[in-house]
Ligand binder design. Structure first.
Ligand SMILES: C[S@@+](CC[C@H](N)C(=O)[O-])C[C@H]1O[C@@H](n2cnc3c(N)ncnc32)[C@H](O)[C@@H]1O
Length: 507
């Protein structure tokens, strides 16, 4: 049952099982109950099989069974206390290029102009990365978005009327598309958005991802005159000497970058290079998601801490390095469907749509989270356009997933379902177990608590148990993978496989 598990499956002998204390399962919504009934013996003997299942007595056991007499030691996940600008900081998180998985999944796409471009998506290389709209100038690239300057402006203390030493220096940054530029305020603060560092980071990512080696030549290197070097030099002198004229120097360096990028956009080079790619490196995915989060969630992040402690609505986030590994482990591709049950502010849903390019669904019931998820979706669409990227479809449903029909329909088509059920009650996990009966075979269900107890075996006595259609693999996450702890832990990937039950019955 458990691949990679330290705990070996019980030997195939008749076991004497202790009847656990059974908590009354919560009544099932009629929709779920009827779908469960359709599953032949599974639903028929569900209650009796649960009574005969092994008692769960330790924290590494699943939080799945209504028979569980143990709650997780903590029902408090933490909202990230991060300064969002650190979210994708490579210094304290596993780096994209360091992961073994990264190497495994990189193969050549159509022959790009240079070897720097690699492919992650094995969906037959089908993904069209370039947004045609973003490279056409039909509507002059004007659309609503939250400019960095707007965020910085809300944070700045009003200056004294007599203080003429600090004047606004607004720069406009060209993105790698025909879209409008983003306005940055060069005020040298590092609150929420560090404008100068973000501009340099964008310039480096654009150079790495959108340019051939030959085209990148005038941008890189240490010599004076290289575009990125000029930006860094201006940043360094401004840090030492934060004067108006140094800000103007940085602005000139940004103008130099804009001119160089604009020329490549106009001769069609960036669009062509993007057409030669079918993946995005994690650092670019993280940068775009962080831009979205900083401009929408961060200003209101305290609202995410308003939940009932001990309820199913405790908030916490899976961070992008772990989500990236989940995508690779499940091998999800751009023509597949991803669902996040309990999607919070929508981070993972957006990462799937951007990184994988797949149809991506989330369902969340807490109003504050839903409001921020909606804001993120809107800003995400604008950011994708700025970067010239066609993402997968995003659907964020504000409802209880136990009752919502559209999310249940998406679950039936889903290839990968994520449930961050670290602190879900055993009743909710049990309901989910029954909902998974409607998923298609081969669907992968990723969770923080296993939906099947370790060592569980199909026997004649538990033939109707919903656990019988899940094949579970246990994996590990590490420091920097989740928002609520700096330590590592376990997570699980279950594969829906009805054949296991059929095979047992044939024995
Ligand atoms: C720990 S958070 C996970 C957020 C996000 N999926 C992630 O991993 O970053 C779990 C979320 O599930 C939501 N949730 C719990 N029960 C739910 C239900 N029945 N319907 C919709 N959302 C639910 C909670 O409100 C909470 O925001």
């Amino acid at each position: 049952m458990f691949k990679n598990s330290r705990i070996k499956p019980a030997p195939k002998v008749v076991r004497t099982e202790q009847a656990p204390v059974v908590k009354k399962p919560q009544p099932l919504p009629s929709k779920i109950a009827s779908s469960a009934r359709r599953q032949q013996q599974i639903a028929r003997s569900n209650a009796s099989s649960l009574r005969s299942s092994p008692a769960i007595s330790n924290r590494s056991s699943p939080a799945t069974s209504p028979s569980e007499d143990h709650e997780p030691s903590s029902r408090h996940l933490q909202v990230p206390k991060r300064k969002p600008t650190r979210q994708s900081s490579p210094s304290d998180r596993p780096k994209f290029n360091e992961s073994d998985d990264d190497e495994d999944d990189s193969t050549a796409c159509q022959q790009p102009a240079q070897k720097r471009q690699k492919v992650q998506d094995k969906g037959g290389g089908k993904r069209q990365l370039r947004s045609r709209k973003a490279f056409s100038e039909a509507d002059a690239g004007r659309f609503k978005m939250i400019h960095a300057a707007e965020i910085v402006a809300t944070l700045r203390k009003p200056k004294a009327v007599s203080d003429t030493s600090v004047e606004d220096v607004i720069v406009e940054l060209q993105y790698p598309s025909a879209s409008q530029r983003e306005r940055y305020d060069l005020h040298f603060g590092k609150d929420r958005i560090d404008s100068i560092e973000e501009i340099i980071e964008i310039a480096k990512v654009v150079t790495k991802v959108y340019l051939t080696d030959e085209q990148a030549e005038p941008f890189l290197g240490q010599d004076n005159g290289k575009v990125i070097r000029e930006l860094e030099k201006a940043r360094n002198t401004l840090a030492k000497e934060p004067t108006q004229s140094r800000r103007e120097d940085f602005k000139k360096a940004v103008d130099g970058y804009n001119t160089a990028i604009q020329a490549l956009i106009q001769d069609g080079a960036l669009a062509k290079n993007l057409d030669n790619r079918c993946d995005l490196p994690l650092e670019m995915v993280q940068l775009i998601l962080r831009q979205v989060y900083d401009r929408t969630v961060s200003p209101d992040v305290d609202s995410l801490r308003k939940y009932d402690a001990g309820s199913d609505n405790v908030y916490g986030e899976l961070l992008s390095p772990l989500v990236n590994r989940i995508f690779k482990k499940t091998k999800i591709t751009s023509d597949q469907v991803f669902v996040d049950l309990g999607s919070g502010v929508g981070n993972v849903v957006l990462q799937a749509a951007l990184q994988v390019g797949c149809e991506s669904w989330g369902c969340e019931m807490v109003p504050n989270s839903c409001k921020l998820a909606k804001a993120q979706k809107k800003e995400f669409k604008a950011r994708c356009r700025l970067w010239g990227i066609a993402s997968g479809e995003v659907h964020l449903v504000a409802d209880d997933f136990k009752h919502n029909i559209s999310i249940q329909n998406a679950m039936k088509r889903a290839d990968v379902i994520l449930v961050n059920n670290e602190v879900f009650s055993s009743e909710l996990n049990h309901t989910l177990n029954l909902m998974f009966l409607d998923c298609k075979d081969g669907c992968r269900i990723v969770s923080l608590k296993s939906f099947v107890p370790e060592g569980y075996q199909i026997t004649a006595r538990n033939i109707g148990n919903p656990w019988n259609v899940l094949d579970v693999e246990k994996l590990q996450y590490y420091h920097g993978d989740v928002s609520w702890t700096g330590a590592g832990g376990d997570y699980y990937i279950a594969t829906k496989d009805s054949q296991r039950l059929a095979d047992f019955e044939r024995q």
